[in-house]
Design a protein around this ligand. Structure first.
Ligand SMILES: [Zn+2]
Length: 510
């Protein structure tokens, strides 16, 4: 048969034979008896079909032999993969593939069970059958026409059913980890790429000196998550989402934008001296640590670059000593923080608190009950099922909680008499709450709406810091600010002298 027929037949057989876990998961999460459920089922099937056609055509375009080899490899390995998924009730996501690669042969043998023989036999039998099928090479133009044509029609169908994207997005990880053989093939590549990137050497920045090496100083950078400026009363929002910060002596930097619309890129860029979201320079925390600043990173989020700092603590580590109602929320990041600052003998401390802030779609789970000040609230992850009011209320409550946490940090720093201290808060990116039919974030930057890019950027400084920097004489009403200001402003705050320091990007310089 021709390569095109071969690809089509293989796709159908693959979907029929190897997708029991996949469709099992789908059926568990939809109501097939409803019209909505049927449409979802159809859309998922189209998506799976398109993925198969797209990748197989791509292989065929490279070489017919490669396609043949890949299909033999698939029918041999999928039964084994299915055996593991069934026996250990696991899915083959990136983390799982990481486990597979990090398992030594002795450990691997411990997974062995005699019933695995049956699966191995099925795999061998199927690869023989596929091996025996004769495939005639189709012309590349024909392949391109069919492959691209089917893919485009599929994408069009998906596009016309945009209402199902939210469902697909929510279940993407689980579906992807059950789509054979793409789950383990793609997740293996993802795992390897990530490992490669992490091991890629960070280019070290030039040595720095401090104008006042002995002066004690604490700088806290709070990185927000999915917080958009529009919903902060500090930025003119009509609802009172910042009741506490409005009473504090803080500076609000208007017109602040993010460099990207997703966490990893945004966090990378704000910690980079170039402001780029993808360079290989050592990030700010590593640089400061290497120059003698004590750096603590506390996280209830993910996506930070490879860190080499004095202390790296995840929420799960901090939870042990945490007391109060915020321990399952971002409040955990403040656990014993001020006590630790007090106990530290270091002169210069830089602390990053990477919050989970307003990460959707389960906004209602991002704050303790008592911060539910706006009601009624959307209490499902299927946010399209909620009214706009309920959705906004849930989101706004996350901002009220962020407001509370920032005020608590300020109160904590104020309690240190005579300490030169500074707290900066900036969000990684904004969020869509249904405007233009968009939800969440991650829309490609060039076409992302402003709400995904306009972020809150504020700071509070102690009397000592203000005096040192002569803050009263500075103006903070430039036309634009952004994440590119973070690196150089923090260097400035510590009075660090380095050849890479850019005064123009330091908000505290004249
Ligand atoms: Zn984010």
């Amino acid at each position: 048969m021709s390569s095109i027929k071969y690809i089509l037949s293989f796709t159908f057989l693959n979907m029929l034979l190897f997708h029991f876990p996949f469709y099992g998961y789908v059926l568990e999460h939809i109501e097939l008896s409803t019209f909505d459920g049927l449409v979802t089922f159809f859309i998922v099937t189209v998506a799976l079909f398109v993925v198969n056609i797209f990748f197989l055509s791509l292989l065929a375009l490279i070489s017919t032999r490669l396609l043949k080899f890949f299909t033999i490899f698939t029918v041999f390995t999928v039964p084994i993969a299915l055996y593991f998924m069934r026996s250990y009730n696991t899915i083959l996501d990136r983390t799982m593939m990481g486990n597979v690669f990090n398992t030594d042969s002795g450990e691997a043998l411990s997974y062995y069970h005699s019933s695995m023989f049956i699966y191995l036999f099925i795999g061998l039998f199927l690869s023989y059958v596929v091996y025996k099928i004769e495939m005639k090479k189709s012309k590349r133009v024909t392949l391109l026409k069919y492959g691209l044509g089917i893919t485009l029609v599929g994408i069009l169908i998906l596009y016309l059913n945009a209402s199902k994207w939210l469902w697909l997005d929510k279940h993407a990880k689980n579906l992807g980890a059950r789509a054979m053989p793409w789950s383990y093939v793609i997740n293996s590549v993802r795992y390897k790429l990530r490992a490669l990137k992490a091991s890629k050497k960070q280019i070290l920045l030039p040595p720095a000196t401090f104008t006042h090496p002995q002066a004690k100083q604490v700088v806290i950078l709070v990185i927000g998550e999915s917080a958009r400026a529009k919903n902060f009363s500090l930025y003119g929002y009509e609802k009172e989402t910042n009741p506490r910060l409005e009473k504090e002596d803080i500076v609000v930097l208007k017109n602040s934008i993010s460099t990207a619309t997703y966490t990893t890129a945004s966090v990378h860029s704000m910690l980079s001296y170039t402001g780029s979201s993808s360079d290989s320079y050592e990030p700010l925390p590593n640089y400061l640590q290497r120059q003698g600043v004590e750096v603590w990173w506390r996280s209830k989020n993910w996506g930070e670059p490879t860190l080499k700092v004095a202390q790296y603590e995840r929420a799960s580590d901090l939870k042990e000593d945490c007391v109060g109602d915020g321990c399952s929320h971002d409040g955990v990041l403040l656990s014993n923080l001020m006590q630790k600052i007090k106990a530290s003998t270091k002169d210069k401390i830089f602390i990053v608190l990477h919050t989970t802030g307003s990460h959707g779609p389960s906004y209602f789970e991002k704050y303790p009950k008592r911060f539910e000040v706006f009601k009624p609230v959307c209490k499902t992850v299927n946010i399209k099922a909620c009214s706009q009011k309920e959705l906004n209320n849930a989101y706004d409550n996350t901002i009220v909680y962020t407001d509370y946490l920032l005020a608590r940090i300020i109160d904590g720093l104020k309690a240190f008499k005579g300490l030169n201290s500074l707290m900066l808060y900036i969000s990684d990116h904004g969020e869509s709450l249904g405007e233009y039919g968009l939800y969440l974030h991650g829309t490609p930057y060039a076409i992302a709406p402003d709400v995904q890019k306009e972020v809150p950027f504020i700071f509070w400084a102690s009397k000592e810091f203000k005096k040192e920097k002569n803050i009263e004489a500075l103006s903070f009403d430039k036309k634009s600010y952004g994440q590119y200001n973070i690196f150089h402003s923090i260097l400035g705050a510590f009075e660090m002298n380095s050849t890479i320091y850019d005064k123009k990007l330091d908000i505290f310089s004249k």
